[in-house]
Design a protein around this ligand. Structure first.
Ligand SMILES: Nc1ncnc2c1ncn2[C@@H]1O[C@H](COP(=O)(O)OP(=O)(O)OP(=O)(O)O)[C@@H](O)[C@H]1O
Length: 594
């Protein structure tokens, strides 16, 4: 999609509102034609050459009426402009966010959160500016046509002198725009890097302190800041220089007209009124040129913004951005039945008897690594452990299975029926997942566990017990009401992992998927976790990523992965006899404990 097509699609998003806005602003730009003509009549009346014969008070009344009409129209124009701008920005943000939320969880955004925030905020704002200024260009063009017609009728030569600077400025601006675009892209990129660095620093305070890396982190931030300063300076400087060219070219035109007017007035073919009309319109011509220039700048910036927003779409068609969708702006309007249904958990799913994965493959686009041709079968109520060395593809396997990564090939069948959309299908109460890295929020422990789930005392108590957290909760000063700090920093690594497990277990499910949740637990706590799971949820099916003996010893079946493929499968005894990789993991865990 070209920038122009993007502009047109946004303009036609609310065609009536845009037309109303364009009309309002066209009238606002056209109204000054009237005071010019009235003033011309006033000066001509001094020499008796006026045609209106309205008298001084009549002229004052007409001037007041024109001013009042402009005030009223500006008021109307502000309303239509705000209404249109707001909707354009909202639809862009809504469509972008909608797309991000529909992406498989593990590939939601291709950039850092800080950069993504800057795309949502700044790039949408830039686009909004360009759309809004396109209305002004239309109004100003109308003003230019009408006023040049009037001026040409008075004096062709002088009128051309008014417009020569305009043509010059447009040519200069055109030549400079490609450079401005380059500077703009660089300044936006450096701003996003600074925002990203701030978000990373805040997110990793502890890691930075532990590594004693404060100075290096500050130095890196300073470097980013310095690059930003330079790129912003170039961007602003060129922008301001262009602005100066716009204004001064017109001032030059005014000078020329003043010189010419003197000669012409002496010749008698040019009245005082005509002179005042030229000078009066010239002020507005300045506005025409600088505002058209502004629009051209915004248009160029919009193409940078569009490119960045397209990056967020990760290859999806650009028309997603401008897709027409309802904007529930009124209070409560977003709470449609459909929205509520989407969020609701799946009621009483079909009990899991078998889950079959055939030929599942996923390769990360940037590294080409991932998993290849994975086939496995989980029987209902079984405990399957996926194991393998670091980077073997365990996490990728569970993520692709659950639809958090979009599979390249393969099929998944739940009780023999194919799963069309794993991302939508694998949700509570069919399945619940605890990721390798627990994501906690600066909220109470209770809310971190519930995460939107209904506050059922029995359920949360059971989840806390099954996740072996009851001792921790009892010893936390405010129990479940303890605020865990940003990203859960007030909890230990093991507490964080068990909070993630409790969050999963509070969602009663047929299938529980644990991705290495026990790595920060001691052997005794981990053993308790699995024992309790068997005691209270023995009929649930578990898929567990782990290389720890405690988990492996509980397994009905173990899947050994190597280089993204399944290398072997079996029980502990079978694998100890058949798999070198497994023996290394098993005895390695033993050595790790020593
Ligand atoms: N986001 C990513 N982008 C590109 N490549 C990735 C990404 N995540 C993982 N990989 C690569 O895919 C392969 C499988 O990684 P994966 O995280 O699934 O392994 P794992 O067995 O879970 O490892 P670990 O035990 O360390 O969690 C590795 O080679 C890894 O480098």
């Amino acid at each position: 999609m070209t920038t122009f097509q993007f502009l047109v699609r946004l303009i036609t998003f609310r065609p009536l509102l845009y037309t109303a806005n364009a009309l309002a602003w066209t009238v606002i730009y056209l109204i000054p034609i009237a005071p010019g003509l009235i003033t011309q009549q006033f000066f001509d009346s001094l020499t008796g050459e006026d045609t209106l014969k309205a008298g001084t008070w009549g002229i004052i009344a007409l001037l007041l009426a024109a001013a009042l009409a402009r005030v009223v129209m500006i008021y109307v124009g502000c309303i239509t402009d705000v209404e249109f701008r707001f909707r354009v920005a909202m639809i862009l943000r809504r469509n972008l966010l909608g797309h991000v939320l529909k992406q498989p969880g593990a590939r939601a955004i291709p950039v850092s959160p800080g950069e993504a925030i800057s795309y949502f905020r700044d790039d949408v704002d830039q686009t909004e500016e360009a759309i809004s200024w396109s209305v002004d260009v239309f109004g100003l063009t109308c003003f230019a046509i009408v006023s040049s017609y009037i001026l040409l009728k008075i004096d062709v030569q002088m009128t051309l002198l008014v417009f020569v600077p305009l043509i010059l400025v447009v040519t200069v601006a055109q030549l400079a725009t490609s450079r401005l675009q380059k500077y703009r892209a660089a300044s936006r990129e450096s701003t996003a890097r600074v925002t990203g660095a701030i978000s990373e620093m805040f997110g990793n305070v502890q890691a930075i302190q532990v590594a004693g890396a404060e100075d290096r982190v500050i130095e890196r931030f300073r470097r980013f800041g310095e690059t930003r300063r330079k790129t912003m300076l170039k961007d602003k400087l060129l922008g301001e220089a262009l602005d100066a060219v716009f204004t001064n070219a017109v001032n030059l035109g005014i000078g020329l007209i003043l010189l010419l007017a003197g000669t012409k007035m002496r010749g008698g073919g040019f009245t005082v009124g005509d002179f005042s009309l030229f000078v009066y319109y010239l002020t507005f011509v300045t506005q025409v040129i600088s505002n058209v220039g502004k629009f051209m700048t915004y248009f160029k910036q919009m193409s940078v913004a569009l490119a960045r927003m397209l990056e967020m779409l990760q290859g999806a068609p650009a028309r997603i951005l401008t897709r027409k969708a309802a904007l529930p702006l009124r209070k409560g309007a977003g709470q449609t039945a459909e929205a509520r249904d989407d969020a609701a958990p799946i009621e009483a799913p079909e009990p899991l008897r078998s889950l079959e994965v055939t030929g599942l493959s996923y390769r990360y686009p940037d590294t080409g690594r991932g998993i290849e041709d994975i086939s496995l079968r989980l029987a209902g109520g079984s405990f399957t452990v996926v194991t393998g060395a670091i980077g073997a593809g365990k996490t990728t396997l569970v993520r692709a299975l659950l639809g958090l990564l979009p599979m390249d090939e393969g099929t998944i069948a739940w009780n023999g029926r194919p799963v069309e959309d794993p991302a939508a299908f694998f949700a509570p109460a069919r399945s619940a997942y605890a990721a390798q890295i627990p994501r906690l929020y600066s909220d109470t422990l209770r809310n971190n566990i519930l995460l939107g789930q209904e506050n059922d005392k029995g359920k949360i108590g059971r989840a806390v017990h099954d996740a072996v957290m009851e001792y921790d909760v009892a010893h936390l000063q405010q129990g479940l009401e303890t605020v865990v700090g940003p990203r859960g920093v007030k909890l230990s690594g093991g507490q964080m992992q068990r909070t993630a497990a409790a969050r999963m277990l509070v969602r009663e499910a047929e299938l529980y998927v644990f991705d290495d949740v026990s790595s920060a637990l001691d052997v005794e706590t981990e053993a308790k976790l699995w024992d309790r799971l068997f005691e209270s949820r023995g009929d649930a099916t578990c898929l567990v990523v782990s290389h720890r003996r405690t988990a492996l010893a509980h397994a009905d079946r173990i899947v050994v992965m190597k280089d993204g493929r399944i290398e072997d499968e079996g029980t502990v005894e079978q694998l100890l006899a058949s798999s070198e990789t497994f023996r290394e993991l098993w005895y390695g865990d033993e050595r790790g404990k020593e």
